[in-house]
Design a protein around this ligand. Sequence first.
Ligand code: ARG
Length: 508
Amino acid sequence: MAYSEGHCPARTNLTPSRPRRAVARRLPAVPLAVLGLTLAGAALGLLGLGGEVPGGVPAAVPITLGLAMLVAAAGVCAHHLVAVRAGEQLFHLSGWRGAPRPRRRAAVRRPPRATAAPRRPANRPEAEQVPARVDTGMVRAAAKEFLELFHGENPEAGPLGPRLAAVMREIDATGTYWHTSEELEFGARVAWRNNKRCIGRLYWRSLQVRDLRGVSDAGGVAGHCFEHLSAAHNGGKIRPMITVFAPETPSRPGPRIWNEQLIRYAGYDQPDGRPLGDPRYRAFTSGLIRRGWRPPEQRGAFDVLPLVVETVEEGPKLFQLPAQAVHEVELRHPELPWFADLDLRWHAVPVISNNRLVIGGVSYPAAPFNGWYMGTEIGARNLADTDRYDLVPEVAERMGLDTSHETTLWRDRALVEINRAVLHSFNLNGVTVTDHHTESRRFLLHLEKEERAGRTCPADWSWIVPPMSGSQTPVFHRYYDTETRTPAFTTDPDSTTRALQADPPAFT
Ligand code: ARG
């Protein structure tokens, strides 16, 4: 449902050469020399002429970059600037250094027990902690915009005025502010509602929010992530859920989860050159091996990778997932008995774990969230993409299809059977899953409901249209509003790199 990975279901595995990714990756490396260009871009954006920069970066980005460059010119390195859009500008984190850490190979930890959140969250800043470098102007503006939205949509929360005044005082004193649990819950749900790539937004109000802002140590984060997996799995009746860990504050950055999702499978290079496991995570896997992870004696195609949690004090720490947190579905085909011999499986809950949740000028770098799977995410992408498990040729072969000509459409026919197997197996195991036809209709229903509520629903066609039989789904046959909104889930370029390369650490 919450389809994001990436983000959404359909397009998690775009090759890095796709323009939007390429642009995003280069952002932090933009040298000061382009300041002039950037400011010109900002001017365009301000005049409303910008639209979308090729590659999907919103017009607001040049504005923010321009501002970022000014900050940089004032003597602050822009490398770890964490926010990407105007109104979301947060704290500049490049100066963060943890306490000196011994340089040794990290041991893989046993799964920690999740502990209760402390009464006084370590991350909640004290008044005297606000460093001069915080641009409170942007935090104030973003907070105001969010509180207006919150009070506008939630009249029962009482009048805006007193809360706004209190938040402004808190920002002036500490450089940030602490959301009420109602604001946090609403903000997280609206971040889902605003996710242009997600086809499953009809249920945005049902997102369960676990408020763990008091947890900021690596062991605590890992333990609560494992609890998240079981709570979200819920015996197969999957619950959309988000766990929000400590925010960034001027005095301390929040924790980071390196993995793209809480459960991902290792990818290995074999001596014969053929990949084993998920090739998307080949570099990540070897990076973790270098950092001390020991893969199973007998390497397999579905070895669950350890979770990596990094904090400024502890550096990156690895945690093996406990078996009871890993729920998987073995794949069978409703009619083809040999399908079981392929020994395929997939995990039941997709929990995106390297996105940043941004609400009203406050930023939560560790906020893993999940919906349930749409079958094509697994059957038409993860198992079928040529740079993932690449199973189409083998399945076609076993089906006895004529693969000598593209015109037999053997690829399409094999793809359909892999996807039938995914839906069949999830259903058989009582694990929530949805098909792309049903989900497409639900999405259009969501659009109607949003319009009735006086809102438009931003959507990215290239992510919303399912990766198979697109034209058979109603979402194919129309255009969408594309503007970017906050609250939002965002992906920092450096977190994308870490999720694929296991490097470089966020705090070095
Ligand atoms: N596409 C990703 C995957 O295959 C999951 C993205 C989130 N999907 C979802 N249904 N919430 O693992």
